[in-house]
Design a binder for this molecule. Sequence first.
Ligand SMILES: [Zn+2]
Length: 228
Amino acid sequence: MRKRYLCALFAALSALFVAVAALQTRNNLPTVADSRPLILLDAGHGGFDGGTVASDDTVEKDINLEVTTDLSVVLRLLGYRVSTTRKTDTALDDDPTKTIRERKRADMAARLALYDAASLVISIHQNHFPDASCRGTQVFYSTNHPDSEVLAEKIRQATVSRLQPDNRRACKAGSKDILLLHKTTSPAVIVECGFLSNSEERALLKSEHYRRRLALAFADGIVQFQPT
Ligand SMILES: [Zn+2]
């Protein structure tokens, strides 16, 4: 019953937010300079780049977009200024006449420009590992800005306390292989929401209810961080 209530509440709040945004657009209301910090939510992968693919053909990019969309709704309702790298299944700055390598490079460059223009970046991904027993959210942070580790720890704590009491995964500094974290100068984290290679966790990640609870936990961590 509580589950259904939460889903209905979330759907109602989402619809309200969309309606208000549409009204503002239609009435062309004057905009004032927005001094609030800009939170960028990066839905990992997209378009030609699906990310990891599970044994049941669940594609990472789709789960990333769902979690990102839910998180953006929650944060906007809480009054934060939010933008996202994508709203649909597309890569950024994509030119289909180019090679996959060139397209990947252009996508990364476009994302990095958005990262560096933001006050704060949360990139949403899903994990995959040969050992199918691995599960649980893990947060990686950029070492270029000290706030990144603080944000990562707040998101980890909120996720453990709200959803995953047995999760012992510590936050980790992103290696230089995680190119966007390695290069951006903004406070930035990557949240690996869970393992698509674990069938139980994959089933959870495919459930709207669980994804929304994840989004609420991440939002809680962001609020605790107190973006400035
Ligand atoms: Zn990924």
